[in-house]
Design a protein around this ligand. Structure first.
Ligand SMILES: Nc1ncnc2c1ncn2[C@@H]1O[C@H](COP(=O)(O)OP(=O)(O)OP(=O)(O)O)[C@@H](O)[C@H]1O
Length: 354
């Protein structure tokens, strides 16, 4: 697969700030892939996107798009000349232009008949046929977003950049719209980088995700890899609910913890203190005591539809007082106050403390 976009060592300090908003940020995006930049507010994801787009310059590093160096310490290419399409968070449509005119706006280098054929293609791709003569205020939020997408896709950009694409969509419609947008992007074969703080966006539409914290890209991989194998405790918590136990590694690569003894993965050395992440649906739940289990008190049972969430508290031992989230199937019958939890080796993910 060919790399369409490369960001190399991007570093940015905004004027007047004492801290760096982006620190040695590296990213490679393959053709046709949808990549999410994910992180909490202020982690630098918009800064990374804006530097790639050319709305900001980095004090260090390089942006390469389609094998062309767009920016480094010697050169800077203006946003319009980078071959990138952009969908802004607020869509930035022209309010006094029709859908058709919004879409053909960026196609002024094409003849009228070429404009016509491109506009028809993106209208049909985005399901907007029949809406050509409407104005943005005559459309729903989801339709406005598709106009913004159609306008950005019309010039056939090498890379499409999207800033928080689902933040203005009401939550009832989000799932459906995420699916629609993924289908449109995949049908167009577009390479996409988008920014979000919502892991649900990532799970629904991204092929790959880069998790950021305080200006640093902490981990990059498929959503599944990062969900199952987070690099550290922060990512484990950020990427879905989890329970983290503290373990002590010995010289033989065994990690002892309240929830069991596990083997350090080959080649990994996290030092003496190891964190162990166990997702809520990864426990074996027993109603009687067994070896290698931890006793918990069930404090709350919350029916969640497909599963029931038990909020449990560890009663004794080194993790006494710790709350645990345990998901059991909704037909789980036991009403005991106490349960015993066990974790199989395959469901314990050992990772760095930070
Ligand atoms: N123009 C600016 N001038 C000064 N500081 C800025 C500027 N833009 C961003 N910052 C700072 O840089 C850091 C990263 O901001 P950025 O907007 O990239 O984060 P973000 O992860 O996209 O956050 P959000 O999700 O809230 O948009 C923040 O501390 C922010 O205050």
């Amino acid at each position: 697969m060919s790399i369409i976009l490369s960001a190399k060592n991007l570093t940015k300090t905004y004027p007047g700030n004492k801290y760096r908003s982006l620190i040695n940020f590296n990213l490679n995006v393959e053709k046709g892939q949808i990549t999410a930049l994910l992180g909490e507010s202020g982690c630098g994801k918009t800064t990374a996107l804006r530097i790639i787009a050319g709305f900001e310059s980095a004090e260090k590093g390089e942006v390469i798009i389609n094998n062309r160096v767009m920016a480094n310490d010697r050169l800077f290419t203006e946003p319009n000349d980078r071959g990138v399409g952009i969908v802004f968070q607020d869509y930035a449509l022209f309010p006094h232009k029709t859908v058709w005119k919004n879409i053909v706006f960026g196609l002024n280098k094409l003849s009228k008949s070429e404009q016509q054929s491109v506009a028809e293609k993106v209208l049909s791709l985005t399901g907007l046929k029949g809406y050509e003569q409407r104005y943005p205020h005559q459309l729903s939020g989801g339709q406005r977003q598709r106009v913004a997408l159609a306008r950005a896709l019309a010039p056939n950009p090498g890379v499409l950049l999207m800033d928080e694409p689902f933040s203005n969509i009401d939550s009832m419609k989000k799932n459906q719209i995420r699916e629609e947008i993924r289908e449109i992007l995949k049908a167009a074969g577009t390479t996409v980088v988008f920014v979000t703080h919502d892991t649900k966006d990532v799970l629904a539409i991204a092929d790959r995700v880069a998790v950021m914290k305080e200006g640093v890209l902490m981990q990059e991989g498929t959503p599944k890899e990062i969900f199952n194998h987070p690099a550290n405790e922060y990512i484990a918590h950020f990427f879905g609910k989890t329970n983290v136990f503290q373990g002590n590694a010995d010289e033989n690569g065994k990690v002892a913890s309240e929830i069991g003894v596990f083997n350090l993965p080959e080649g990994k050395d996290f030092g003496e203190n190891v964190s162990i992440s166990v997702r809520p649906n990864s426990f074996l739940v027993h109603t009687t005591e067994r070896r290698g289990t931890v006793q918990v008190l069930v404090k709350k049972r919350i029916f969640m539809g497909e599963y029931t969430e038990l909020i449990c508290s560890i009663q004794s031992g080194s993790e006494a007082g710790m709350d645990l989230f345990v998901h059991v199937s909704s037909d789980f019958q036991a009403t005991n106050d106490h349960l015993w939890l066990e974790v199989e080796e395959k469901n314990a993910w050992l990772m760095d403390l930070h």
